[in-house]
Structures are given as C-alpha cells and as structure tokens.
Design a binder for this molecule. Structure first.
Ligand code: KIV
Length: 305
C-alpha cells in the first residue's frame, strides 16, 4: 500500500511507499503527527486495520472481555496472548504490533517480566510489549528494554488492578493522584519505555504528563492533548455490546450491519432463496469464479475452490 498521510501527502513530492512502523519512528513522533493505535485480536481484523493506515495494532488483554466474554482482563493467560498476537502479526504488513503482557506475567520479578516479554516477541511475533503499572516496574522495564525489546507503559486506569481500584474508575482526580501519574510515567520513560498509554484520566492531567515526557503519550479517555489515541476496535466500529464509555466514539455502526446481514441470511436459507444456482457448481464446472459473485475479500480457502 502506498501514500499514508505522513509520507508525502499534501505536497508535490511523490508519495513514498509505506514502510513498517518501528518503535524508534514512533518515538520520533513526539509532539508531531498524532499516533493512531487500534486493538486487534485476529488476522482478518488486523489486515483490515493495517490496510486502513493505523500506526500501531495493540493486541490488548481487553480480549479477555471483548473476545472471551470475561468481566475483567484478569483471567487472560500468556499462552492466549501469544496465540492472538501471532494471528495479528500475520495480518500486519506495516503497523507496529504491540503485545500486551497479561496479569501476573510480569509483576513477580524483572526476570519473569523479561522471560515473558521474550515469549510475546518470539512466539507471538510482537514488535514490542505493553505492561500496566508505574515506578514499581521501572527495573522490569529496564531489563526488558536492555534485552532489545521495546516497551510501551500504561498508567492511569490500569484494568488489571480492577479489585484494588474498586472497579473501572477514572484516575488522577486529586492533585496528589495526578502527581503520582506524572511521576509513574516519568519513571517508565527513565527506565526505557518508548511510549506510554494514558487511560481514563482527566484531560488536564494527560496534558501535564504529555508535557513532562519526551516520549509520546497515547490516550484512551484522556483527552486531546496526548501524542496519539487508541481505541478498542469493536468500540471504534460500533460492534461492542453493553455499556459504551463516553470516550469510545463509534466511527461506524457495524454491529447493526452484522445483525441485519445475518437476519437476511437466516431469512434466505429458510425461504430456500439462498443458495441460488450461481452459488453452486455444475457437473464439469472448472471452478472459475462466477463473475461478480465473490468479493476480493473471499477467504483463501474459498479462493482456492
Ligand atoms: O487491553 C487493551 O485493549 C488496552 C487498551 C484499552 C489501551 O490496554
């Protein structure tokens, strides 16, 4: 794919071929063109998002809630993260793939954190890892980055601390709490993180953190001052079930489209109008694609038939 918005658009220079987005290149975007990050959990979604020009695909442990249907992210395992990250990495031709470190895969010791970050990179094919927490994890982040694995920090609302926080609540509301978030983010930067996610904090606190750091901040429910924004893909596409937080802008209503298409399928199967003759194979059929009957997004399996 050629010509993303940051490689020549708006000038008379020819568009540059799109290149893989790397951790150093993202680090350089501090204060520049805003960074876009979207979660993905499988190959097909990763490919669609990647082709749409997102900079980063986050294989979030939010998959525990939006893919597995759990109430929190706490039960997600490292094996599950490796499995989903590998699928996403296969679909990401240009985006930078971040593998999220699940609960209890990095808190125990810096050595545990390094070993498990290594698994996400080796088995999951992640380009970097993300972990939730602040200054208490500085040594862990330092060990991981020294081993050559880029790290994204995550402060503010850290969903793996659901029980300690008493739920999914906005953080940093008092001056002292805001100060702690700034200090935590600074400690992560000092330890070698190349970016920090700021989740569910007041915009003025996110602005304070963004000003204090020399690495990019990527916000979710943290206002417009951040160096980038991240959304869960199902929120962005209007496919999430239940409560939609106010920061989760739906840029489409694909949940409705899925249900309407499926209702149509049910109706046509029951009325025997699907499949029609053009969806089947006559004896002696060469298997050539009936014109206009198959989208370019047909699965590889179908495309081979
Ligand atoms: O797990 C996740 O999807 C996340 C994002 C919401 C930042 O951590």
């Amino acid at each position: 794919m050629y010509g993303s918005s940051h490689d020549g658009g708006g000038t008379d220079r020819p568009a540059q071929p799109r290149k893989r987005v790397t951790a150093p290149a993202l680090r350089e975007r501090k204060g520049g063109e805003p960074i876009t990050m979207v979660t993905a959990y499988d190959f097909t979604m990763a490919r669609l998002l990647d082709e749409s020009g997102v900079d980063m695909l986050l294989v979030g442990d939010s998959l525990g809630m939006v893919v597995q249907g759990a109430e929190t992210t706490i039960p997600v395992t490292l094996d599950e993260m490796c499995y989903h990250t590998r699928a996403v990495a296969r679909g990401a031709r240009f985006a930078h793939v971040v593998g999220d470190m699940p609960f209890m895969s990095f808190q125990v010791s810096a050595t545990q954190a390094l070993e498990n970050a290594g698994r996400l990179v080796k088995e999951g094919m992640a380009h970097s890892v993300k972990l939730e927490g602040g200054a208490e994890l500085a040594e862990h982040v330092h060990r991981i980055t020294r081993a050559g694995i880029p790290v994204v920090g995550h402060v503010g609302l850290t969903p793996q601390s659901y029980h300690a926080l008493g739920g999914f609540k906005v953080q940093g509301k008092s001056q002292a709490a805001a100060r702690r978030i700034v200090d935590d983010a600074l400690a992560l930067e000092e330890a070698g993180a190349f970016a920090v996610v700021l989740e569910a904090i007041p915009p003025n606190v996110a602005e304070q953190v963004t000003r204090a750091l020399s690495i990019p901040t990527i916000g979710i429910g943290a206002g417009a001052a951040c160096d980038g924004q991240v959304l869960v893909c199902y929120d962005l596409l209007g496919m999430s079930l239940g409560h939609r937080p106010r920061f989760a802008k739906a840029f489409a209503e694909l949940g409705d489209a899925v249900q309407s298409a499926t209702r149509q399928f049910v109706t046509e199967v029951k009325s025997r109008t699907f499949p029609a003759p053009e969806h089947g194979y006559a004896p002696g059929d060469t298997g050539a694609t009936p014109s206009g009957s198959r989208s370019k997004r047909a699965t590889t399996k179908l495309a081979a038939v």
